[in-house]
Design a protein around this ligand. Structure first.
Ligand code: JFZ
Length: 329
């Protein structure tokens, strides 16, 4: 465990990227502005899947340049990159045989995961994948649970009573996990998210597949219920704890953690969100994490063009210069 974790502990700072069909909408659909985070727009505004899927025809980010994104991360002082290989909407940024709902069936027809992995290797930073393993709004069987979990499912197109989670896991989630952990060489981190609702046996199966295909990978705590850090020493099915970025103060964490934050107030690109966090905020967050032996994973939501918004890039670079001048990069 210590050996597997060492590079990550040394790295301290990474780039998170949320990019997908929702980036085309930028938080607005048919004149309506979503009140919540942009990548949840399909769910929040109850957009029927048949309509949302039409965005595929518009996915053509002609300015996308994997090397450029990795250069930004490097200039920021970051040592790894994690991108949404599939977010909750179910759309994959990689070439998938399991589901046609992927980037190869858009006008763009380029495997984004493949290009970013190559760029990270070339420029010498680590590469991880976010995969929404439990939530999938494109799969009629993606059942998570009732009560508080109910709203996380796609109840516009599907009836929760007819869903069969085992079927979803067997037909999409497990096989796609196999694809991303097989087709791109070494993957350094698997960032499962929103696993609440899965049972222990299912979680164990995710772990089993992951370790079988990538023995040295490290796994985020959101593979299951956002387990209390205290539970850590018992059943250690994940490698690091993933609090969100309101996790600023408090005691030393007893376990390795990675605080995830974003450069404005949304993860996916939102055209009306101009609350860009300043370099001093970024540095404060990094220090808040690093001083408690944790990592900071800072998100950028690129636009549909394939470019990152100019403001966060500028702020990240200013913070990065400070890190360089002060000997930490
Ligand atoms: C999840 C996603 O739903 C969201 O779209 C984004 O990908 C984010 C990084 O992760 O949202 C969460 C999940 C858990 C917490 C906060 C946001 N949390 O535990 O504080």
């Amino acid at each position: 465990y210590q050996k597997r974790m060492q590079w990550w502990k040394d790295a301290k700072y990474g780039m998170f990227i949320h990019w997908g069909l929702y980036s085309i909408l930028g938080g607005e659909y048919n004149g309506e502005i979503t009140p919540k985070i942009a990548e949840w727009i399909q769910n929040t505004l109850k957009i029927p899947g048949s309509e949302y899927k039409k965005l595929m025809d518009q996915f053509n980010p002609k300015d996308f340049d994997a090397d450029e994104w990795v250069s930004v991360a490097k200039a920021a002082g970051m040592k790894y990159m994690i991108i949404t290989s599939k977010h909750h909407d179910g759309f994959a940024l990689f070439n998938s045989k399991v589901s046609a709902y992927n980037v190869m069936n858009t006008p763009f027809k380029r495997d984004i995961i493949k290009e970013l992995k190559a760029a990270c290797d070339k420029q010498g930073i680590k590469f991880g994948l976010y995969y929404s393993h439990a939530i999938d709004w494109d799969n009629s069987q993606a059942y998570i649970g009732e009560g508080a979990l109910r709203d996380r499912m796609n109840l516009v197109d599907f009836d929760s009573k007819k869903m069969d989670r085992a079927k979803y896991l067997k037909e999409k989630s497990f096989p796609q996990l196999r694809e991303i952990l097989t087709n791109y060489g070494t993957i350094d981190i698997i960032w499962f998210d929103m696993g609440k609702g899965l049972d222990n046996e299912e979680i164990r199966e995710f772990v089993k597949i992951t370790k079988e295909l990538q023995p040295n990978i490290i796994i985020s705590s959101r593979i299951g219920d956002e387990a209390a850090p205290v539970a850590m020493n018992k059943d250690l099915y994940f490698d690091f704890f993933t609090p969100s970025d309101n996790y600023f103060t408090g005691d030393q964490m007893p376990i390795p953690f990675e605080m995830a934050g974003t450069t404005n107030t949304s993860w996916g690109y939102r055209k009306d969100d101009h609350e860009w966090r300043k370099p001093n905020f970024i540095l404060n967050s990094l220090i808040a994490s690093a001083s408690r032996n944790g990592n900071y994973l800072l998100n950028v939501g690129p636009m549909a063009s394939g470019l990152m918004p100019a403001e966060p890039v500028k702020n990240l670079k200013i913070a990065g210069s400070w890190l360089k001048e002060n000997g930490e990069s």
